[in-house]
Design a protein around this ligand. Structure first.
Ligand code: CTP
Ligand code: MG
Length: 175
């Protein structure tokens, strides 16, 4: 899940500049996505997610041998590392963007809190993208127990990193 987690944090660090919706509003008078979804955040996030996945791939064998634990890899079952990593990283930020679209339709301002949805949008986005583009790899790695663990750990990790992001000043709200 790391290549799906890190894009969110890196979007907050590197984000800013031109919003993806170009400032446009919909018929309801609200922004399509809002100023919290920018091209810079999207691209920096995806690049960082893929780079982290490549680093994990390079460390896979040495770390497995060192700890004597077998870790899963980002390829196999007919899928290549690059496609898996791009799906995890982009799916995560598209899930986040999709959520912002619905927040705006509900009349929620940029940054308003939507509990659980804010903490799991990126997980669902990453899973859907990866399931669609790398079905065999997804089924092989995201078994029921792994998915339950991810659903429990992700919100806790998300809240912790967001409080840190808020304290160091890269996030406007601590959620
Ligand atoms: N960010 C970005 N581009 C993205 C995603 C995030 O630039 N595609 C940056 C923005 O600066 C954003 C910050 O990361 O404010 C935190 O992201 P998030 O909490 O998802 O955005 P919010 O500002 O809370 O907006 P929303 O209410 O739409 O979720
Ligand atoms: Mg937010």
């Amino acid at each position: 899940m790391l290549p799906a987690y890190i894009p969110n944090s890196m979007a907050a660090v590197f984000g800013g500049g031109r919003p993806i919706d170009g400032g446009r509003v919909m018929k309801d008078g609200r922004r399509i996505l809002g100023d919290g979804k920018t091209y810079r955040g999207l691209f920096a996030g995806i690049v960082c997610g893929v780079l982290l996945g490549l680093l994990q791939t390079a460390l896979l064998i040495p770390v497995s041998e060192l700890l004597d634990i077998s870790f899963p890899s980002f390829s196999g079952s007919g899928s290549s590392t690059m496609v898996v990593l791009l799906s995890l990283a982009s799916g995560s930020l598209f899930g986040d963007m999709f959520k912002s679209f619905f927040k705006r339709r509900l009349g929620m301002q940029r940054g308003a809190s939507l509990p659980l949805v804010d903490q799991l949008d990126f997980v669902l986005g990453a899973w859907i993208f990866t399931y669609l583009s790398c079905t065999g790899w997804f089924i092989m790695n995201f078994t029921r127990n792994v998915m339950i663990a991810v659903l429990v750990i992700s919100p806790l990790l998300h809240l912790t990193t967001n409080v840190i992001g808020y304290l160091i000043g890269v996030k406007k709200e601590p959620w």
